[in-house]
Design a protein around this ligand. Sequence first.
Ligand code: HPA
Length: 267
Amino acid sequence: MSTDQALRVIRDRVQNPKARFGFILGSGLGSLADLVCGTAIDYAELPGFPHAGVSGHTAKLILGTLEGVDVAILGGREHYYENGRADAMRTPLEVLAALGVETLFLTNACGSFLPEIPPGNLMLIKDHINYSGRSPLIGEPTDKRFVNLTEAYDPAIRKHLKSVASSCDIPLIEGVYAWYSGPNFETPAEIRMLQLLGADAVGMSTVPEVILGRFLGMKCCAVSVVTNMAAGLGNETISHEHTKASAPTGTAKLQTIIRRFLQEQQS
Ligand code: HPA
């Protein structure tokens, strides 16, 4: 319902809107949106889109081209911790799917568990642990809700991203991302537990969007920008201010990878 209304608003603003790649930008990662030639529409104008924002996020949908490829960028996300809704990004993602997005590229900030991926570096998510136990599909009445997440993070895209990163001389190590609900950061004991469970990094987003993305038939990939070592593993004081201040180094690397990745998609 709100998806159709949002699509109407978009069609009033953009002639023949379409996109092959959709992006969701995480905390402090918004500068990718500045590179797109196109039209920006405030979430506030789009029914079903999140309104309140977390600082460090830009609440706009940007439709246009990046490296000659049609893209749709969701400049900010609503997190589960804002209103307790795991499906907060359902309408924006339904809109992306309706615009023709085949591949959903998610970005986030995370706390790393691995000394080999210190702050300022990137982790390519190969799998996740939904430690929140929440699903954005609770209440979905159709059998489509039984989504297979065996290869949720598309293996072919991961392979391609690793080869792009290596050609740009940017380390891109794969790891498992644990979704912890937030908004408080974790305790050192919780991080030790998540390590035992097999996670390599922790963050407060992305997982519900990947579940929705797969539900909507989009291929998904996700890259985390490491802003800090997780609680108990580093010396810096963990804070949202620190997350935003630390994101630019990793973001610059991620932008390089995304631009090269899109250059190779031109057809
Ligand atoms: N924990 C959870 N989310 C985060 C972190 C963290 O350490 N860093 C950036 N986002």
